[in-house]
Design a protein around this ligand. Structure first.
Ligand SMILES: Cc1cc2nc3c(=O)[nH]c(=O)nc-3n(C[C@H](O)[C@H](O)[C@H](O)COP(=O)(O)O)c2cc1C
Length: 326
């Protein structure tokens, strides 16, 4: 069975990509992904926020900078270089030791800091770059339009620096997601990853403290990306990768039927181990054989919104007919 697909202009042996996480943060982890049959890997993101926080902490400790403020910038530059260097080392080692495509990931919050870094990443030999952009609208003084403009600006800046394909991984917190996706596609995104799953705060009522739970997704979360892949797959030049809540072969098949070129998986591999990738690829092959699909392109997008000529993906309210059984 032929599982080959094209995603963001890169040829993949199969559509299963291990998404950016701790699973893809070391050479050993990346090798395990390849051995288990991943079509590609996305390296753990280099977090702009994390690096800047580290720099700040280091600088705040040292009162000397009060007297030599110009030294502060110098040290900040050196600290940043350090994080970047480590990341570049991981990227080039991954490229030389794996045969599957390696996609680097940058977590971006601003358009100022990272575009130049993207150029260095390209030099490490990676097949593409995924921009993990997470600008959250917490500031009421910033308009929706300004937030959206920033996403497009970051993408444009990076695209102007590199020639390898660039994907943008986003969440679904936009007033008009269709417009945002089209803007990113028109600005040159080679792919969109729908969707990132962000940290979800919770409260421990005994300890009376904020806690970090719900780190892994649940299968029910898959429907959000299914809806948007169904709606957007026929409207965009950019390819689409489904992400969040894809926990088995059936879910991956659904996303491809809706129009995805690839699926990204993470939580399911934390739950069942990396080798579960084999179960997912075999399950996809079995289904393709039963339905006599010789390749991914034979069923990709078969149930996209434009093929269905129906508003099913756009239905948001439960109607009487859909709740009669409850
Ligand atoms: C432990 C952990 C670390 C993650 N780190 C990153 C990261 O560095 N960059 C990123 O873009 N996404 C990161 N993610 C999000 C995943 O790549 C993925 O988008 C999310 O978990 C939803 O997919 P899933 O339902 O298959 O887990 C992380 C997820 C987990 C669970």
């Amino acid at each position: 069975m032929n599982l080959r697909t094209h995603y963001m202009g890169i040829a993949l042996a199969n559509p299963f990509i291990v998404s950016s996480s701790k699973l893809t943060s070391t050479i050993q982890g990346l090798r395990r992904c390849e051995e288990a049959g991943a079509g590609a890997v996305v390296l753990k993101s280099l977090f702009e926020e994390q690096i800047l926080a580290e720099i700040d902490a280091r600088l705040m400790d040292d009162s000397m900078y009060f007297w030599f403020p110009e030294a502060k910038n110098h040290v900040a530059e050196i600290s940043k270089e350090q994080g970047v260097k480590e990341y570049l080392r991981l990227a080039s080692e991954a490229v030389s030791s794996l045969t599957i495509p390696v996609i680097a990931s940058i977590n971006c919050l601003t358009a100022n800091e990272w575009p130049s870094f993207a150029k260095q990443i390209q030099e490490s030999g990676v097949a593409g770059i995924e921009l993990n952009i997470s600008v959250f609208p917490f500031d009421p003084a910033v308009s929706s339009e300004q937030v959206e403009d920033l996403y497009v600006e970051i993408l444009k800046q990076v695209k102007s620096q590199v020639s390898i394909p660039v994907a943008v991984k986003i969440g679904y917190n936009f007033s008009n997601l269709s417009r945002m996706a089209i803007r990113l596609s028109d600005a040159g995104a080679d792919a969109l990853v729908l969707f990132n799953r962000f940290f979800r705060p919770d409260i421990d009522i005994e300890k009376i403290a904020l806690i970090n739970t719900n780190t892994l997704s649940a299968p029910e979360e898959m429907t959000e990306s299914l809806r948007w892949i169904g709606i957007l797959s026929s409207q965009l030049k950019a390819d689409l990768a489904a992400s969040t809540g894809i926990h088995n072969a059936e879910m991956a098949i659904k996303q491809i039927l809706a129009g995805a070129s690839a699926v990204q998986v993470c939580s399911v591999l934390y739950k069942h181990g990396i080798d579960y990738l084999q179960v997912m690829t075999r399950g996809t092959e079995d289904w393709m054989a039963r339905h006599r699909f010789a390749g991914i392109d034979a069923f990709q997008g078969l149930l996209s919104q434009d093929k269905l000529h129906a508003a099913a993906y756009e239905r948001v309210q439960f109607m009487k007919k859909t709740t009669d059984d409850l």
